[in-house]
Design a protein around this ligand. Structure first.
Ligand SMILES: C[S@@+](CC[C@H](N)C(=O)[O-])C[C@H]1O[C@@H](n2cnc3c(N)ncnc32)[C@H](O)[C@@H]1O
Length: 273
């Protein structure tokens, strides 16, 4: 079979799964061949003999398994991170949370202690460690499986010595002073049906309680209890009003940010001076 024929067959299989079937077919083939997609484009008339592996991966993608799990990697903030079904796939909007956290951290002492609740693949803590090399980072997750992935990623990006990873529900196992809390917690309501793609991701990373904002509210409580100076969280597009009311009930001033689609996507709170 020619590469061109294989690509058009694969793209046809993927037509119902993705908006970019041709591109995904090429990415899968490049992954199996261990080459760049640009090589495939320039060699599309070459004959190719493939073993079952390519067709197994294609079948997984046809079943709506996310491409990132199939490839074992995802891109975030221009860097590559290892991912698998133990962790949430990094979302582009979470880059805005990283930027917001960096902005808040610039108002803190240089060696501030920043704690991330629910580190998953580690993307947030690792980026914060790279962008704020003097900060002291602690990354916690309730899932040991997720912590193993984040430790692997920290090693990959050379910051494993700068981040303390702790298995913990919220801040239960984190002692001492905390300057800033950062979190992209699960925030989907338990009863909300998930799309087929999301069903491959760990439910522990998605569901935030019967309303969906329970974890967010508890993190606001912890910000107050632990007397942190700043808090930055990602949230659902429809959680602005409940979070505004919750912060108000606690006497806190909350501010919100939007994502690139102009949807409400997160908030930050600073200590009252
Ligand atoms: C939405 S994912 C975010 C992962 C990663 N920070 C990101 O932005 O891609 C939420 C993470 O919170 C973790 N988690 C859920 N409940 C938790 C709890 N009570 N304490 C700490 N982590 C928790 C999950 O295991 C999951 O890794």
């Amino acid at each position: 079979m020619h590469i061109k024929e294989l690509l058009s067959y694969s793209a046809e299989q993927l037509r119902e799964v993705t908006d970019i079937p041709q591109k995904e077919a090429m990415i899968l083939l490049a992954h199996v061949l261990g080459c760049e997609t640009s090589w495939i484009l320039t060699h599309s008339h070459n004959e190719i003999k493939l073993d079952e592996h390519f067709f197994e991966l294609l079948k997984r993608r046809v079943s709506h398994e996310p491409l990132e799990y199939i490839l074992g990697k995802a891109s975030f903030y221009g860097k590559e991170f290892n991912v698998d079904s133990r962790v949430l796939i990094p979302r582009p909007e979470t880059e805005i949370l990283v930027d917001k956290a960096v902005e808040l951290a610039r108002e803190l002492p240089q060696n501030a202690h920043i704690v991330e609740i629910g580190c998953g693949s580690g993307i947030i803590s690792i980026m914060l460690s790279l962008l704020l090399p003097d900060a002291k980072l602690t990354a916690v997750d309730i899932s040991m499986d997720a912590l193993n992935v984040s430790k692997q990623n920290a090693q990959k990006h050379g910051v494993d010595k700068n981040i303390t990873f702790i298995e913990s529900s919220y801040l239960d196992n984190v002692d001492g002073n905390i300057d800033m809390i950062v979190s992209n917690p699960p925030y989907i309501a338990n009863a909300e049906p998930l799309g087929i793609g999301l069903s491959y991701e760990p439910s522990l990373a998605l569901y935030g309680g019967s309303r969906g904002d329970e974890m967010l509210c508890h993190i606001v409580d912890l910000f107050q209890e632990r007397k942190a100076k700043a808090l930055a969280c990602e949230m659902g597009y429809d959680q602005r009003e409940p979070m505004r009311l919750y912060a108000q009930s606690k006497g806190l001033e909350i501010e919100f940010y939007k994502d690139l689609a102009s949807l409400d996507r997160g908030f930050w709170i600073k200590e009252k001076k």
